[in-house]
Design a protein around this ligand. Structure first.
Ligand code: HEC
Length: 184
């Protein structure tokens, strides 16, 4: 019979498939988790690059600074949010289930991150040569908290502040989101 022949052909394969699908997260979920973790790692490398240039401005290279800012820009905002849009049931993941319940807060942090990255990109664009003093924070300038908190309300406010300040607010955004939405 035709059907028997068919069963013989695919039988063993579907058994393997069934075994793979029992009790383990779907490959798609694993993929998503690896992808978003890879994005996070890439952002960490980019943040380190920028941090190094603020620590030693003689190492500033506008093109590298911009590339690092763009690495974060392209992995934040809606891209980041979409990576956490559904519950990815994976033991590999350190994401808290509360992301789904506090969607707005999570998305706002993802968007803040993007705003800061865009501001840093603009700073690099504007300063192709050496890093000017205007990109640095002035001594005693409020680090962290301050009247603005982590969230900058508008673009004007953001473009008026030194890039280094925007960078510190960016790092606080990473920390804030991790404290709230990532497991230890
Ligand atoms: C809107 C929330 C949010 C923001 C903003 C955010 N992260 Fe994350 N990050 C997460 C979550 C959630 C995880 C856990 C992901 C998982 O394991 O599925 C994570 C994981 C990580 C990891 C571990 C990746 C791994 O391999 O397990 C690193 C590194 C990281 N983030 C760096 C950063 C850096 C650097 C920034 C800022 C430039 C940042 N993150 C901004 C939510 C955020």
């Amino acid at each position: 019979m035709k059907q028997t022949a068919y069963m013989k052909k695919v039988g063993p394969l579907s058994i393997v498939g069934a075994v793979l699908m029992v009790g383990v997260p779907s490959p798609a979920a694993e993929d998503l988790v690896s992808r978003r973790q890879a994005d996070m790692k890439a952002m960490a490398v980019a943040a380190k690059t920028i941090s190094g240039m603020f620590k030693d401005p003689t190492t500033y290279k506008a093109s590298e600074f911009k590339w690092a800012a763009d690495t974060i820009r392209d992995r934040s905002g809606g891209v980041l949010s979409a990576h956490f849009a559904s519950e990815a049931d994976s033991r590999q993941s350190k994401a808290r289930p509360s992301i789904l319940e506090e969607r707005d807060r999570f998305d706002r942090l993802a968007n803040d991150l993007r705003d800061y990255a865009v501001a840093l990109d603009a700073a690099a664009e504007k300063n192709p040569g050496q890093m000017p003093a205007s990109m640095r924070m002035k001594p005693g300038e409020m680090m962290g908290g301050g009247p603005l908190g982590t969230h900058v309300r508008n673009e004007q406010e953001l473009s008026a502040m030194p890039a280094e300040h925007a960078f510190h607010l960016m790092l606080q955004t990473c920390t804030t989101c991790h404290a709230k939405f990532r497991m230890e």
